[in-house]
Design a binder for this molecule. Structure first.
Ligand SMILES: Nc1nc2c(ncn2[C@@H]2O[C@H](COP(=O)(O)OP(=O)(O)OP(=O)(O)O)[C@@H](O)[C@H]2O)c(=O)[nH]1
Ligand SMILES: [Mg+2]
Ligand SMILES: [Zn+2]
Length: 345
């Protein structure tokens, strides 16, 4: 298997060198095409294998484990994964439920197709959330408005989306012959794209149309060498005939972005710009005097719902970071408490 087909380049080769430093024996590099709790399917120079996590990697939590799209260093003779190579980008969400934990949707993604239906699924506020997911991931977003055949007021919806992002917007009906071909222009050969969006927006329909006859062929190969529990995988990386790689992901019921902070202002650049002219630097844009954001809403230049969503996503991001800081502080305190130095104090 030629690894460059899967996106291998010099930067990853350097990452492999770093990962190999101090490791006994020869490690090989491979890319994860599917993964589950204790194993990962890996393509490498020697073909494809089901590799296993071991040691610290097996005990590590969520984000440290290999995810679909990751490059890993593994022992070819035992199939043990020793390290996950530094990620170039990482699409992450907050794990559903109460725990403040990161869940990696896909790693090393260059282009993120944000798929939204033009039917009842259409929701600009949700798209803002997905744009934040993209900004946090370091992948380039492309908005895919699917099911155009089910939409009566296409122009007004397009206008609404154009106002909230400068990302490219593709309109299509994935069930129409050849419609998905327009996606090829957004991804270079050797680059990786992922489809994300709510359940039922047509991600797998798009993936199948892109894969064409190849999906069936790929499936047959996998069926021949898969063993029971490994067959049902949630996220898989496919190599397309056009030379780029595609990850189809399961629809998300709820999406809370795993946020590092800054990108909220990137996604809501218009509001952030206005906010810099508010009288108070810590203006909450909720009725303070000389608030430039409220003034823009009153003048009809800015959508009040967009402002509300900006405030909501900012709050979520701040709360997440505070929880993470508390956790780190708590860990540091525990370490100090257990430290032998403490007895000397
Ligand atoms: N009318 C119409 N139906 C579509 C279009 N794209 C997909 N569908 C249909 O929408 C339904 C859901 O499509 P899927 O591709 O399974 O959706 P998904 O996003 O993969 O859903 P999850 O896997 O649950 O996240 C299927 O019945 C598709 O045939 C489209 O452009 N127009
Ligand atoms: Mg699907
Ligand atoms: Zn303000």
């Amino acid at each position: 298997m030629e690894l460059s087909l899967y996106g291998w380049d010099n930067e990853y080769a350097c990452a492999l060198d770093r990962a190999c430093a101090g490791q006994a024996g020869q490690l090989e590099a491979g890319r994860v095409t599917a993964s589950s709790r204790g194993w990962a399917r890996v393509v490498w120079a020697g073909g494809e294998l089901d590799a296993v996590l071991c040691g610290a990697l097996l005990e590590s939590a969520g984000a440290a484990r290999p995810a679909t799209g990751d490059w890993v260093a593994f022992e070819p003779d035992t199939g043990r994964i020793r390290a996950v190579l530094d990620r170039r980008s990482c699409v992450s969400r907050k794990r559903a439920g109460k725990a403040n934990a990161e869940q990696v949707v896909a790693a090393n993604v260059d282009v993120l197709f944000l798929v939204m239906g033009l039917d009842g699924d259409f929701n600009p506020r949700r798209l803002e959330r997905y744009l934040l997911l993209a900004a946090e991931s370091r992948a380039e977003p492309v908005v895919v408005l699917n099911k155009s055949d089910l939409c009566a007021d296409l122009m007004s919806r397009l206008h609404e989306i154009d106002r909230l992002t400068s990302a490219p917007v593709v309109v299509m009906s994935a069930v129409a012959t050849g419609a998905v071909e327009q996606l090829h222009r957004y991804v270079e050969p050797g680059h990786t794209a992922a489809l994300v969006g709510m359940s039922g927006t047509g991600k797998s329909t798009i993936a199948n149309a892109l894969l064409g006859g190849l999906l069936q062929a790929t499936f047959e190969v996998r069926a021949a060498d898969s063993r029971g529990r490994h067959t049902t995988t949630s996220r898989e990386l496919f190599l397309l005939r056009q030379g780029w790689l595609l990850v189809d992901t399961p629809g998300m019921r709820e999406l809370e972005v795993w946020s590092e902070g800054g990108p909220v202002e990137v996604v809501f650049e218009d509001i952030a710009k206005l906010a810099s002219s508010c009288r108070f630097s810590d203006c909450s844009h909720r009725g303070e005097p000389d608030c430039a954001v409220s003034a823009a809403v009153e003048a009809g230049r800015l959508d009040a719902e967009r402002v509300a969503n900006y405030l909501k996503l900012s709050r979520e991001s701040t709360a997440q970071q505070a929880k993470r800081r508390d956790k780190l502080l708590c860990k540091a305190q525990n370490r100090m408490y257990r430290s032998p130095l403490r007895s000397k104090w």
